[in-house]
Design a protein around this ligand. Sequence first.
Ligand SMILES: Nc1ncnc2c1ncn2[C@@H]1O[C@H](COP(=O)(O)OP(=O)(O)O)[C@@H](O)[C@H]1O
Ligand SMILES: [Mg+2]
Length: 338
Amino acid sequence: MSQPIIQVSHLSKTFGAGDGAVHALQDISLSVEQGEIYGIIGLSGAGKSTLVRCLNLLERPTEGSVVVDGKEMTQLSEKELRLARRNVTMIFQSFNLLMQRTCLKNICFPMEISGVPRAKAEQRAKELLGIVGLADKAEAYPAQLSGGQKQRIAIARALATDPKVLLCDEATSALDPTTTASILSLLKELNHKLGVTVVVITHQMSVIEEICTRVAILDGGRIAEEGKVEDIFANPATDAARRLVYPGGVVPQLMDPKARVIRIAFNGGTSYHPLIASLAIDCGVKANILGADTRNIDGKAYGTMLLGLPEDENEAAKALAYIRSQHNVTVEEVGDHG
Ligand SMILES: Nc1ncnc2c1ncn2[C@@H]1O[C@H](COP(=O)(O)OP(=O)(O)O)[C@@H](O)[C@H]1O
Ligand SMILES: [Mg+2]
């Protein structure tokens, strides 16, 4: 196994001191493999932004170690850090574009700072505009762009120094669902094409589900759970994970310990209404919707639903087989039915 591109060990961050001290992060350890899309999820105030800022040392950890691409970030001088940060760039919820500069000049900015000759920088910026699908916006100003377009420019700027790691702090939180989907698919494409490792910070489970392979759940400054997205979704072990995974906060085994419950994820199939309807009509099975967090984007269903299966074994098996046969739907049994 190759060395992880990011290795955080026993990281803590305390703001202030004495009675007023805020322990924003406590004993965080995690690793991110080269080329993966890694998610960090948690409610507001959980410490996500602090953690991501510790990854590029915009925030200095109080304790612990942060190794990125083989470098112990906490040991670098200011000058070395400035160089290292070209390798670990960031995008934000608020885009942070320079409003007085054209899109092209925004993308040139980090290259200017690192001393790339102007003609070369502009050529690279044009390439990057093409990569993010906005080749025609070189001379436009940020104010003339939609939110999604602004984030594409910010992504192009973040890629200007050919980073190995792209940190995304709530990058889609200010965007509508359709635009969110398009930005997430761009991040996925960049990850595939350029091999850039992506760390996605979000409070939305749907974002994790859409693009991440592994996820850490941050709760009150600590990691509550960490692992493969599908494992955590199938069997959330902690309260923090259950609050995020079960739509509407429904915890099925608390309602009925014997209930056989499945969690269905809709990945862009035409709609979810026909599934439940046809389950009743085609199979004669009545399933109970326990909770749902589903949305329609361009007439396609995304999101998750918890379904209680009939108690009868045959009926339940029939329903499961039927749902599994559907396109763009993944099904997992959840909880412990011992
Ligand atoms: N510069 C700071 N000074 C003092 N407290 C801070 C500072 N930055 C963050 N915090 C505190 O640290 C905790 C985590 O904040 P943050 O990392 O922004 O959470 P999140 O991004 O998950 O919403 C919060 O209690 C916040 O008030
Ligand atoms: Mg934040």
